[in-house]
Unconditional design. Structure first.
Ligand code: ADP
Ligand code: MG
Ligand code: MG
Length: 247
């Protein structure tokens, strides 16, 4: 699904941050990326999603076999790449529901599909929101306006479930991720996950991996993946930290 080869990237007119990343994600897999602060984890997720502040200087990013390096973030989203925090804006007067309806129909349109019939849309919203324990009044609130940390998480995961991407990239940067928010993310991912899609989960927190079973755990440090293992690697990191890997 996703194939990253020797990826180098820098901040626009800045230093190189990604220094030769290799990563292959197949359908059905959950990959976790861990690593010290400043390693380049968020940069990697931004570069995959196509955020404009970064410049790819070498290497390849293939999504379903296609080079996506020149695609705008919207095009990548339409192809099925979802990044959490992709829509962090507050939009007064636009409800959670209306925003996701518009986003979903836009994606459908970009893929040559008709708008989803209102009834079907409503049923889907009801189904997904129930699965996430989202209440009706939340759905009619203005997007992100005055949302608590947990509500932002819930909205993000709701967006992921509604848009049903092929590849979901979740960058759990928020150091304030409390146990409730962890649960929201974990339950959402576990519900979303199937044999046809994939998840790239970026986290500082081993704890999250107690609730989500990763197939692979990668350690990113200083712009490179310096170690790959299975879930036991996350446990080892929790116990020993990162220093033993950094020499
Ligand atoms: P991580 O998510 O692993 O903590 P980041 O990808 O956020 O790491 O950052 C990697 C390095 O790149 C850090 O040194 C950070 O300061 C720098 N960096 C990332 N994005 C920017 C940016 N937009 N402008 C300036 N420096 C940045
Ligand atoms: Mg950071
Ligand atoms: Mg980060």
């Amino acid at each position: 699904m996703l194939e990253i080869k020797n990826l180098h990237a820098k901040i626009e007119d800045g230093a190189e941050i990604l220094k030769g990343i290799n990563l292959e994600i197949k359908p059905g897999e959950v990959h976790a990326i861990m690593g010290p602060n400043g390693a380049g984890k968020s940069t990697l997720s931004s570069v995959i999603a196509g955020k404009e502040d970064y410049e790819v200087t070498d290497g390849e990013i293939l999504f379903e076999g296609e080079d996506i390096r020149e695609d705008a973030p919207e095009e990548r989203a339409h192809k099925g790449i979802f990044l959490s925090f992709q829509y962090p804006v507050e939009i007064p007067g636009v409800s959670v529901t209306n925003f996701i309806k518009a986003a979903l129909n836009e994606t459908r349109k970009a893929n040559g599909l008709e708008e989803m019939p209102a009834k079907e849309m409503l049923a889907m919203i009801r189904d997904k929101s129930e699965k996430l324990g989202i209440k009706k009044d939340f759905l009619s609130r203005s997007l992100n306006e005055g949302f608590s940390g947990g509500e932002k998480k819930r909205n993000e995961i709701f967006q992921m479930m509604m848009l049903n991407p092929k590849l979901a990239i979740l960058d759990e940067t928020d150091s304030g991720l409390d146990i409730d928010a962890l649960r929201i993310v974990a339950d959402g991912v576990n519900y979303f996950k199937n044999e046809g899609n994939a998840v790239l989960l970026i986290t500082h927190y081993q704890r999250l991996l107690n609730y989500i079973q990763p197939d692979f755990v990668h350690v990113l440090a200083n712009g490179k993946i310096i170690k790959t293992g299975d879930k036991s690697l996350a446990l080892e990191l929790e116990e020993k930290g990162y220093d033993w890997l950094l020499n």
